[in-house]
Design a protein around this ligand. Structure first.
Ligand SMILES: Cc1cc2nc3c(=O)[nH]c(=O)nc-3n(C[C@H](O)[C@H](O)[C@H](O)COP(=O)(O)O)c2cc1C
Length: 322
């Protein structure tokens, strides 16, 4: 499939996840066959005001392309100026966040709050399209809540304003991340748009990936939480979609090496302090489903060095053998 001029494998993309889908994790997912990755959302205002943290979030490594940069904000001029700055990182695609439910974002008028202000959303898409030589995509939800399900109108608006693709997360803002995502809403959007539609929500297995394609006809699927602590899921999805079969999860020793690799990459990209602090949650995800998982997750919560990561891996292997 192609988004604008960018050709992507029709397998699975990694969803943008603030505080989680950093350069290290994206690179790992891409190495396992993710079709495409999107960076953590970046504040348009922050970028415009010269925030170092925002600028750092834009960094894209050579090993993770094709990669999108995602911007959030609610002022068209801010978004256009931020897009111009973001283009300095040479993203393959610029993605606009119109679905984030977090009060911190939505109360300022950004993220999902834009679904209540479709005229502002349109102005943002037009403003960013006007400055962007790379494709511009829009990620949104079904609506603010069950009483305001305007995703079909919003999807049409995005296409008319020039979006090159849309991503729909099949939940309302009020639903946050539960209950089950409504895949039928993705099918409906696919039915009415000419531009590619990316379906998102609740894919955690190769079978679910195939089902999302089959039930909605969407052009690409995007996986978020299902890939946490399991970047090899992208290889399994790719293999299942292309051959009808896939290998089981890698052996535990190998999974622990992948976990270590992720922490090492993060340390190289963002410094030991931030990387090790964040390694606590990433390593806890790698412990999911293992024998003694509760104890292992507690251990993960105390990580403060690479040696701690190694000790956790050894403990996981030891408990598995007992
Ligand atoms: C920790 C976390 C951070 C997220 N950050 C973003 C973000 O920065 N931008 C965005 O558009 N969506 C964000 N999302 C939403 C995901 O991209 C995705 O739409 C949602 O998790 C549903 O997909 P899933 O069921 O595969 O996880 C985030 C989700 C999680 C769990």
């Amino acid at each position: 499939m192609t988004i604008g001029t960018v050709a992507l494998d029709r397998t699975a993309a990694l969803a943008p996840m603030a505080g989680v889908a950093d350069r290290a994790f994206r690179e790992l997912c891409r190495s396992f066959g993710a079709a495409y990755t999107v960076g953590e959302m970046v504040s348009a205002k922050g970028l415009r005001q010269g925030s170092k943290k925002s600028a750092q979030l834009l960094e894209i490594g050579p090993g993770e392309r094709p990669c999108g940069v995602q911007l959030f904000g609610n002022v068209p001029g801010d978004l256009a100026a931020a897009a111009e700055l973001a283009l300095g990182a040479h993203p393959d695609i610029l993605d606009l966040n119109m679905g984030c439910p977090a009060p911190k974002i939505a109360s300022g008028g950004g993220g999902a709050a834009l679904m209540r202000q479709p005229d502002t959303a349109r102005a943002i898409i037009l403003a960013v399209k006007a400055v962007s030589p790379v494709p511009v995509t829009v990620k949104f939800r079904k609506g603010w809540d069950e009483e305001h399900l305007n995703y079909l109108d919003f999807a049409r608006m995005a296409q008319e304003a020039g979006a090159d693709a849309v991503t729909l997360h099949g939940r309302t803002r009020a639903q946050m991340y539960a209950p089950a995502a409504d895949w039928d809403s993705i099918r409906r959007v696919k039915e009415i748009l000419d531009i590619p539609v990316i379906g998102n929500g609740d894919v955690t297995t190769p079978e679910e990936a195939k089902a999302l394609y089959e039930q909605t006809g969407c052009d690409l699927i995007m996986v978020g939480r299902g890939a946490l602590g399991r970047p090899w899921l992208f290889a399994q999805i790719r293999d299942f979609l292309t051959t009808g079969a896939y290998a089981p999860d890698p052996p535990l020793e190998e999974r622990m090496e992948i976990m270590r690799r992720q922490v090492e990459l993060a340390m190289a990209y963002k410094g030991a302090d931030a990387a090790l602090r964040e390694a606590r949650k990433h390593c806890a995800w790698y412990m999911t489903g293992l024998r003694g998982a509760a104890r292992l997750r507690r251990e993960a919560g105390t990580i403060s060095s690479l040696e701690d990561v190694d000790r956790l891996a050894q403990l996981a292997i030891q408990l598995d053998r007992e």
